[in-house]
Design a protein. Structure first.
Length: 355
């Protein structure tokens, strides 16, 4: 199985991307609205076909990116039938299965943090995505959104602690940099519910956490009941001047075919050395040669009145050039994906002669 664990620092949220290696079918769990571009770039780079975007519950500390992912890739939104969300394509209950290629996740109802919390368990019971129910050496708070200490005790004991001891535990949050635990570890070491703890011990601990009211709750909960769909459905495109896509590394890129068809409307900045620019590989018609090593000292030579597309041999140096320009205030900038090598693969036209 393809597996990636992603992190959003503001709310300490983990997002999980899972895919079938053979079919490339995939699911993503607990997305964050502001990290949509990052997640979308990774899905595209790994050549995955996203079938489902899942939320373990209606979050109170961040807005989900579920609607954005559905709009971008046509994925179905799935969540608990008891969550109160009015936007689900698939409403999950106890024992329901979400399949993606040769892989699958089983839905287990684990209320306690909210009434509609789910734990998603891989079919071989080696991985459990516990949302805000069982955390690493902790458990989700139970003092709002229909939370119940009694229900959480039962959820953890009956639905999560019944899994094999070596089953990996992946929570929706961790605030101390921890990434994964196991069921066996939590049974032994969790200070709230592990070891010889009884229900009254767990309740006493949970009822005296003294946590502040979540700062985002009044925004996040209503938004998440709509699966993160903005009030204004028409979103501004990431780049209105062309089909720019962010890579997982955060570099804005654009396809060479689009540049070839729109050369008159963009400024082409070639950041190779002068010998390369005049060499056998050729150059793009009308391009400016400004070596990457000199770019920071010669920024005033790069126009701002039209979009700038950067190019080099393979797209690596020009990727850095695009980031230098963005950091220096250029808003309309993108790297030619794959550079001149990719340009040649598509047999796109070059300048009539070298300089």
């Amino acid at each position: 199985m393809i597996f990636r664990q992603l992190f959003e620092a503001k709310s300490s949220t983990y997002t999980y991307l899972l895919g079938c290696e053979k079919t490339r079918k995939a699911v993503i769990i607990d997305t964050v609205f502001e990290k949509h571009g990052r997640d979308l770039a990774l899905i595209r780079e790994l050549d995955l076909d996203l079938g489902y975007v899942l939320d373990t519950h209606v979050h109170a500390d961040h807005v989900t990116g579920a609607w954005l992912m559905k709009e971008a890739l046509g994925a179905k939104i799935a969540g608990s039938a008891r969550s109160g969300a009015n936007c689900l394509d698939v409403a999950l209950a106890q024992g329901d299965v979400v399949s993606f290629g040769h892989c699958a996740l089983e839905s287990r109802e684990t209320p306690g943090h909210t009434e509609g919390c789910l734990t998603l368990v891989s079919e071989d019971r080696t991985m459990a995505f516990t949302g805000d129910c069982l955390l690493i050496r902790g458990a989700g708070r139970t003092d709002f959104q229909g939370g119940s200490t009694r229900n959480m005790w039962r959820s953890i004991r009956e639905q999560i602690f019944s899994l094999p001891d070596d089953c990996l535990v992946y929570p929706a949050h961790d605030y101390a940099g921890r990434t994964v635990s196991t069921v066996g570890e939590e049974k032994r070491f969790n200070p709230r519910i592990g070891g010889d703890a009884r229900e009254e011990d767990f309740a006493g601990y949970m009822n005296n956490l003294g946590l502040a009211h979540p700062a985002m709750i009044d925004i996040a909960v209503p938004a998440n009941r709509k699966c993160g769909r903005p009030d204004r459905a028409e979103r501004e495109p990431a780049a209105w001047w062309g089909p720019v896509e962010l890579t997982f590394a955060g570099i804005p890129e654009i396809a060479p075919e689009w540049v070839a068809s729109n050369r008159a409307g963009v400024h082409i900045l070639d950041v190779r050395g002068r010998d390369e620019f005049a060499g056998a590989l050729g150059r793009l018609e009308g391009s400016q040669c400004l070596p990457l090593d000199e770019l920071r000292d010669r920024l005033d030579e790069v126009p701002k009145d039209r979009p700038v597309v950067t190019v080099c041999q393979s797209g690596k140096r020009s990727g850095m050039a695009a980031m230098i320009l963005k950091d220096a205030g250029w808003e309309k900038v993108a790297n030619v994906r794959g550079g001149i090598l990719e340009w040649h693969k598509h047999a796109l036209p070059l300048a009539a002669s070298s300089v």
